[in-house]
Design a protein around this ligand. Structure first.
Ligand code: EPU
Length: 417
């Protein structure tokens, strides 16, 4: 097991380079098996979620090589086998293999996916997409057996703009016969990244990034090259670090438009930032104004930055209200922040953060990925030492977090326990 130790209070100065987006890469890799030939994906982050997907690819018989962030996948010899439960339960994105295998072979057997324990996270909308395209689904003890004699395009209305259901439906629809329309689709940049990849393979997807996606099925998909977009959640996490401790901290290799929901809220708070084409310079600010935030699907404020920004809200002058509308259980970081000296009350879907409060180092646990990011930020500003256990969750999603923060002046280390 691993833990992170932080000695807080150090100014962050220099440059942090943002890696490829976890939530794009974890969909692009399963999507690659739809190709009839070799595909290359550049800017793949070196995180443990990618290792888990590699394990699945290799289990299925794909040949995978990785060098300098470029992953080359040869899916020509894959076989449609049942992915072992221990592997698919490691992460949510394993279910992109469910749709890719269904799209390719019209049959798949797979267990319910894993992922952070931040709420119920049902997959009913994904299954609705499969059914609309002609699949029949049997479920027994969390194992799904899905078959289709033929996959035929259909009109899918998502009850909520689910990222996973949008991508899963696209992955099945690209090789289905005729036209599929996804209504109320999620609009996240990661969806555009996946659609561009599939189109590079020869798919016919229009409208990704809007709430109506139209997919005309094709018979074959060929090899291609694509690049993972910069991780907007990693970007946001380090921008928040800069607002807490930055001295001209530069966050580079970013797409500013993808983090606008965050940067506009930070401006409301009075954060001192300069935004350029592909980087941001951010400085620590005193006298921050409190704000209210409600999480929403893109382009709204991302739920994945809700926990990280809570640390910043503990430093504002007054009361901020944060409402989490996506997940039922995404406040597990709050008791630990309170142990460190924060003053936060949970009331249903909302938390009330009274600031500013001085934070002091404590022993805390990363209950999930973004809770861990929140606690890393808290440790960076806290007086004394903070030890964060269950750090495996953080390493699932932040490439080289220790090196990136150390390089700009943080006192942070990873320890094996
Ligand atoms: N939902 C349903 N039924 C479904 C699908 C979703 O009720 O069939 C609900 C969920 O329970 C949730 C909401 O709809 O309340 C949104 O879920 P969505 O499907 O959009 O989320 P996801 O695809 O499971 C991805 C990211 C999450 C991120 C969300 C929202 C990946 C692998 N995960 O999850 O990332 O929070 O979109 O943007 O792409 C993270 O990176 O920390 C993380 C949790």
């Amino acid at each position: 097991m691993k833990q992170i130790k932080i000695n807080g209070g150090n100014i962050l100065e220099g440059t942090i380079r943002i890696s490829g987006a976890k939530n794009s890469a974890v969909a692009l890799i399963p999507a690659s098996i739809l190709s009839d030939d070799v595909v290359s994906i550049d800017n793949v982050p070196n995180i443990s979620d990618i290792d888990a997907l590699n394990e699945i690819l290799e289990f299925l018989g794909a040949e995978v090589t990785q060098k300098d962030g470029i992953m080359v996948i040869d899916p020509r010899k894959i076989e449609n086998k049942e992915i072992p439960k221990e592997v698919s339960s490691k992460l949510r994105a394993s279910y992109y293999f469910m749709s890719a295998l269904l799209g390719k072979y019209k049959h798949v057997e797979m267990y319910f996916p894993g992922g952070c324990k931040i709420g119920a996270r049902p997959i009913d909308q994904t299954l609705k997409g499969f059914r609309t395209l002609g699949a029949t689904i049997k479920e027994l003890d969390n194992k799904f057996t899905i078959d289709a004699e033929k996959l035929i395009g259909g009109h899918v209305y998502l009850d909520m703009p689910s990222v996973g259901a949008t991508i899963n439906t696209m992955l099945v629809a690209v090789k289905a016969e005729g036209l599929t329309i996804i209504e109320n689709a999620a609009k996240e940049p990661e969806i555009v990244n996946v659609a561009t990849f599939l189109n590079n393979m020869g798919a016919k997807i229009r409208g990704a990034g809007t709430s109506e996606i139209r997919i005309m099925g094709v018979e074959n998909l060929h090899g291609c090259f694509t690049e993972v977009i910069p991780d907007r959640i990693e970007t946001g996490t380090y921008i928040i670090a800069g607002a807490l401790l930055g001295k001209n901290l530069k966050i580079e290799n970013i797409i500013p438009e993808h983090v606008e929901a965050l940067t506009l809220k930070l401006k409301e708070m009075g954060v001192n930032m300069d935004i350029y084409d592909d980087y941001i310079i951010v400085n620590k600010c005193d006298n921050l104004k409190p704000i209210n935030i409600r999480t929403l699907g893109y382009p709204g404020f991302p739920t994945d930055l809700q926990q990280p920004i809570t640390t910043l809200l503990t430093q504002c002058n007054g009361i901020s209200i944060l409402e989490e509308t996506i997940y039922e259980n995404r406040f597990q970081n709050v008791p630990y922040l309170n142990d460190m000296g924060a003053n936060i009350e949970i009331a249903g879907k909302k938390i009330k953060i009274a600031g500013p409060t001085k934070l002091v180092g404590a022993n805390v646990e990363a209950t999930d990925l973004r809770a861990g990011a929140c606690l890393v930020l808290a440790g960076l500003i806290a007086e004394g030492n903070t030890v964060i256990t269950s750090i495996e969750h953080v390493l699932r999603g932040y490439e080289n977090i220790i090196q990136k923060l150390t390089q700009v002046g943080a006192k942070i280390s990873l320890e094996e326990i």
